[in-house]
Every structure is written in C-alpha cells, then in structure tokens.
Design a protein around this ligand. Structure first.
Ligand code: DON
Length: 304
C-alpha cells in the first residue's frame, strides 16, 4: 500500500468537496485560527512518515489529550479509580452536566469533560507536578521534544470556564474529586492547550496501533490488553454523541478535539492524525472525519 499516494488522494477529494463547518468559539483564542487549514499525517509501525497539506503546522489538540492522560493512569484499571469513572458511551455532548446527576456523580466515560476531569484529578493526586509529568510522558512516546502549551489558549479557556468549573463542583459534591478545583482545572486547561502538528500527534498514538509498545520510547507504554481497552474506549466514546456515526463511517478507534484534530489508529498497521478547524454541530472536525471515511473506504478495511 502506497500510503503517501493514498493520503494525497484523500486530501484532494476532501478539498474538492468544499465542506463547511464552524470554528469553535467558546474558547475565543481558538476562533482566531485560519479555518482553511487542513493536514494529514500517517505513521506506520516501522516509523515511516507520510504527510500532506498543513501536516507540519501545530494546532490545539484539546480533548485528544484526554487519551494521553487516560493512558497515564490506565495501569490502575480495576483499582478504585475505575469506580470513579465508567466505560459506557454517553450519547450526550462532551460538556453535558445532566447525566452526572442521574448517575450520582460518576461520569459515563473518561473522554467526556466530567470523566476527563476525574482522570486529571487522579494525576494531581499522584504527582507533585502533574503538568510536567504529562509533558514528559508525551515527549517520550513521540520521541521528540514536541509538547508546547499555548498559554493564550489556556488563559482563554480559563477565562471562559463556567461549564467545566460547574462540572468540577458537581463532581466534588458527590465526593468524586480529591484536589483543589482550581489546581485540577489549571492542569486540565493546560493539557488541552497543548499544541502539536499532525506528525507529532500521530507519533503519540503509535503505541496504540502497536499493542501498547512505543517504537519511539522503545518500551511498553501499556500492556497489550490495556492498549486494546483504550482503543475500545476510543471507538465507543471518542466522539461523544457522534461515536456511533464515526464507528459506522470510519470504523477505527479515534479521538477528536475542538481544535479540529482527530487522531485514529488502525491496529497493527498505523496511526494517523488529521486536522482542519471547522467543526460540525457535535464539535468534531468536518473535514477530518470525511478524510478518515474516505481513507478506510479506499483501503477497503477498518476494524470491521
Ligand atoms: O474542556 C473543553 O471544553 C475543551 N478544553 C476540550 C473540549 C473538546 O475538545 C471536545 N472535543 N471535541
């Protein structure tokens, strides 16, 4: 399979469709990006890199970072942590609060904001300087010094934090929050404000395509069985209330972010990151999803 030719073909076809969406504006700093950017990077398990379009331009990875933070606590699967967050699709928007009350302060999964806040809270309990640990971990699994936190994006989200602050207080009211709300939110907004290019992001997902082993870090990041579970969570919960549609159209485990990025893996073959800032009404990138749909159609295989 000539991956370079494949992604170039996908890129051209998506561009010709002239799809439109809306850049996220609830984090004002994110709304300042050029909406016409579009890039794809694919990394195979030997470390060969393929890229097209704006694949070297850094962008705000936002919720995609929830996969990295989840990975950092996954070895505690079956421990107390997994009584604090479930592994079910929510069928609700990423920042929904309603379900949290019906379900007694236990978020449906680690990718909706409430669940990701519990994971970040767990990291704050575990590490004295969680943000440094998150950055070091991501640099290690990508084999580069690629973590940059965009402070303007971080501040912009912090200044528009009513919803996430409400979620954190709500979790605390159910005793499902161990640390200071301000500290955890600061770490959460900072890891969401990390910037990476498509190539860097695809590298950070490589271990998930490789049974948990990172060719960049030269070590097992997750056991094979835990890597399968993170992939299962991405497939069922990675796109919030659009997870079914993404599985139906694309058929790969993937995670989106409101910066317009999507990272996905084809187990035992490659990891891929696509980025284009314009989003659909569910908060997921219009062009990125379409590109991955075309990609698995052309490959004629997915998970299924
Ligand atoms: O907490 C938030 O709302 C953002 N920092 C991240 C949301 C996000 O990326 C949702 N994904 N599509």
């Amino acid at each position: 399979m000539d991956y370079q030719q494949l992604i170039e073909e996908v890129y051209r076809e998506v561009q010709a469709e002239n799809l439109k969406g809306k850049v996220a504006d609830y984090i004002p700093e994110i709304a300042t990006v050029d909406p016409n950017q579009f890039g794809i990077a694919l990394v195979d398990l030997k470390g060969n890199l393929y890229g097209v379009g704006d694949y070297l331009t850094p962008f705000s990875i936002q919720s995609i970072s929830k996969v990295h933070t989840l990975t950092m606590v996954f070895h505690r699967f079956n421990s107390k942590l997994w009584s604090r967050v479930n592994v079910e699709p929510s069928g609700n928007p990423f920042n929904s609060i309603a379900q949290l009350e019906y379900e007694n302060g236990i978020p449906r999964n680690p990718f909706i904001n409430a669940g990701a806040l519990v994971i970040t809270d767990a990291l704050c309990s575990k590490f004295e300087n969680p943000l440094e640990q998150i950055s070091a971990f991501i640099n290690e699994i990508a084999g580069c010094d690629c973590v940059r936190i965009n402070q303007a994006v971080m501040n912009s989200e912090k200044n528009n934090a009513a919803r996430n602050t409400a979620l954190a207080y709500f979790l605390k009211s159910y005793n499902n929050f161990e640390n200071s709300i301000e500290e955890v939110l600061d770490v959460y907004f900072s890891h969401c404000a990390m910037e990476m290019s498509c190539v860097e992001l695809a590298k950070t997902f490589s271990f998930l395509a490789n049974d948990g082993y990172s060719i960049y870090a030269n070590r097992e990041i997750l056991s094979e069985s835990h890597a399968r579970r993170v992939n299962a969570l991405m497939l069922t919960c990675g796109f919030y209330d659009e997870a079914g549609e993404f599985a139906y159209k694309v058929g790969l485990p993937g995670k989106s972010g409101v910066g317009g990025g999507v990272a996905a893996v084809m187990p035992h073959k490659f990891s891929i990151a696509v980025w284009s800032p314009e989003l659909n009404e569910k908060g997921n990138s219009v062009k990125s999803i379409r590109a991955l749909e075309l990609l698995t159609d052309k490959l004629a295989f997915s998970l299924f």
